[in-house]
Design a protein around this ligand. Sequence first.
Ligand SMILES: C[S@@+](CC[C@H](N)C(=O)[O-])C[C@H]1O[C@@H](n2cnc3c(N)ncnc32)[C@H](O)[C@@H]1O
Length: 530
Amino acid sequence: MREIEQEEPQEIDEASAKLHQLRSKATELLLREEWKESIDAYSHFISLCQNQKSLCLAHSNRAEARFRLREFAAALKDCEEALKIESAHFKTLLCKGKILFNLNRYGVALDCFRVAANLDPQASSNSETLNDYLDKCKKLEFLSKTGTFDLSDWILGGFRGKIPELAEYFGGVEIKKSEISGRGLFATKNIDSGTLLLVTKAIAAERGILPQEDLDENAQLVMWKNFVDKVVESARKCSRTYYLVCMLSTGENENDREVPEIDLFRPEAEENRFSDEDLDVERILSILDVNSVVEGAISSKVLGKNNYYHGVGLWLLASFINHSCEPNARRLHVGDHVIVHASRDVKAGEELTFAYFDVLQPLSNRKEMSKSWGFSCHCRRCKFEEGLCHKQEMREVEMVLGRGLDMGGVVYRLEEGMKRWMVRGKGKGYLRASFWAAYSEAFGSETLMRRWGRRIPGIETVVDGLVDAVGSDERVVKVLVEGLKKSGKIFGNGMMEMERVMKFGRGIYGKVMKRRALKSLLQISTHEQC
Ligand SMILES: C[S@@+](CC[C@H](N)C(=O)[O-])C[C@H]1O[C@@H](n2cnc3c(N)ncnc32)[C@H](O)[C@@H]1O
């Protein structure tokens, strides 16, 4: 048997001096916040060190440096190593809690902070960081379970001050095969208009204020490039992120794609469910082409952002939401979060859909817009309108609309046409949405209303049917509010009307619980009785 080689005492001294030197250097680099260099030095130290206590501290410190570089997966591994050696290591527990908190895994983060606080109540009561994290974690964990936040105060404060705190939240939704295309998000229960469906945080987002003169291709390209870099960087650092990004559509062979379980997208999903794969940047680029969302889109304008504001981001679960020209959901962007709510009542099992582009447009315009998005729309409304668009009368209505003359006449012709074509129920809402420009102008003009008012349906009938078909829209509801104001119905005895307007308002703005805030968004003065 080979004898175990013994080190000479002098060698031991030299080795321990070298280790001591390495550790001091790593610590110094850590204190100087030179994270990358400190990680290298600790790695070197860890590869040589045999002393368990020193190893625990080295892993803990390397975790901290990795955390600062947002290399969360690697930082977590370091924490695990340190905790294997000393399960009650205060600093490591704090670091692990911070990492989990940043990964939006509030429940497990809270466990770490609680254990740390119990270990050394004296130290923790002096640790502002720990107490802050404990408080925030409790609040965010509650939010992620209940979705009980309210944007009202922020709105009433004129969008100044701190953005309301949000946590990832999944309402009654699941991913299933869609009849529209590939996979889609579906309601698992009946949902009222305005109900919160989803809150998710961006994998990456890039924003900028681009005044009109800067809105050239260059400025947009720079923004896009920065955004792509951020996504690639996140995917590189975290196999979970890359794995989930790869679940998204590239716009090709969508119907053959796997239908992932929704639980995979929950922040608390087990890490070992995500296999390591080599990064394919080309693939990420085609995924971003199809799934990245421009924040300046229709529904994001409402929250006090100025006209020069532009943003682009990638939100994983929200990327499963298909477009429909009869959408039933809307999104708002608050900070890095996207908030999705129902824009009309939704039945259990119904697919949840957004408008990727303005759907208050005739079929021909919508076809153009969907073409520019790279697909041809397969929604029910498009199929329905395809069946009517060959009718000569329908073409005439479109022609008059295009000339921009006599909008009351356009509405009248369309309404008469619908009677002859036997269009009923949602069909009426679809067509009224297609020719909304004419309705809006007619209802807004006293001259046109004098001429056509008796021959066309009232504004309330039109808006009710339209919202039922294509969801709430601020332009539509504002015309309704103006109409109700003119007719005096929003004052005095108009309780029913006000309730209806409030319901439509919730369909537009979602989690705005205070009536005063909703009214201010709808520009209804609070002096008007409700
Ligand atoms: C953000 S993804 C939506 C989720 C996608 N269906 C999936 O399986 O991952 C956008 C892509 O879905 C498809 N899509 C979305 N809405 C559609 C619609 N109304 N008609 C046809 N294809 C649609 C298009 O291929 C589009 O590029």
